[in-house]
Design a protein around this ligand. Structure first.
Ligand SMILES: CC(C)(COP(=O)(O)OP(=O)(O)OC[C@H]1O[C@@H](n2cnc3c(N)ncnc32)[C@H](O)[C@@H]1OP(=O)(O)O)[C@@H](O)C(=O)NCCC(=O)NCCS
Length: 192
């Protein structure tokens, strides 16, 4: 693992909501956005400042959501991941009842110029560490679109495997979102 990136990863703070907004809007303008995110750029752009303030506040200090960013030496945020803690019995983003308390990693994005740099590994290490050691979950999952080969390639490298669960994609039920689970949450990351 690339030590500089590990040192560059940190949780956001609530007052950083304008940067949270800017990075999210950049993600939603990415060519991969249609297969990467459930939200549209137009919808996010129309949200008032209060939406971004509430989102950042919840993701900064709460026990149910935590957003991490990788901040380069120039202060620019290179990418982000967000961890949602899902409680058994609640509905998930696809309306399916959650069977066991678990972490769900969402909002995975690196700016194009930082892809292939190792930044995403550092972000996932921080996210999984928080989910396992602080939020105390024993299952970590995410969904990836069936056509998002690059993202799935990274998830596999990090230790995620397909669970066998799929969900129809919102807005395009002919396409499938594939659930992947971390094979051994809490195990140290594999050496490169
Ligand atoms: C997903 C994302 C965060 C991954 O970060 P990254 O730095 O690009 O990932 P990496 O380059 O480290 O790893 C990607 C892996 O997939 C492989 N890969 C790249 N393009 C591929 C393709 N078209 N088909 C199959 N595998 C591919 C790479 O070789 C690499 O595997 P390897 O390390 O075993 O060689 C980044 O690409 C991104 O932000 N994409 C746009 C948003 C997105 O798709 N988010 C995920 C939503 S689920």
């Amino acid at each position: 693992m690339n030590q500089p990136w590990r040192d560059a990863v940190r949780p956001i703070s609530a007052d950083e909501w304008p940067r949270v907004k800017e990075l999210r809007l950049s993600a939603l303008r990415d060519p991969a956005a249609a297969i990467a995110f459930l939200e549209s750029y137009e919808r996010a752009l129309a949200e008032p400042d209060s939406f971004w303030k509430e989102r950042a506040e919840a993701a900064a200090g709460g026990s149910r959501v935590r957003q991490f960013v990788a901040e380069g030496p120039d202060g620019v945020w290179s990418g982000t991941v967000t961890v949602l803690i899902e409680e058994a019995g609640n509905d998930d983003v696809f309306g399916v009842t959650v069977e066991q308390r678990q972490a769900h990693i969402v909002g995975v994005f690196l700016r194009p110029e930082h892809r292939g740099s190792g930044a995403i590994d550092a972000l996932f290490e921080a996210a999984v560490e928080w989910a396992v050691s602080v939020a105390k979950v024993t299952r970590v999952r995410l969904y990836v679109h069936e056509d998002n080969a690059r993202a799935e390639g990274f998830y596999r490298r990090f230790g995620f495997v397909r669970s066998g669960v799929t969900a129809p994609m919102k807005g395009d039920p002919s396409k499938t979102e594939v659930e992947m689970v971390l094979d051994r949450p809490g195990a140290p990351p594999a050496l490169p």
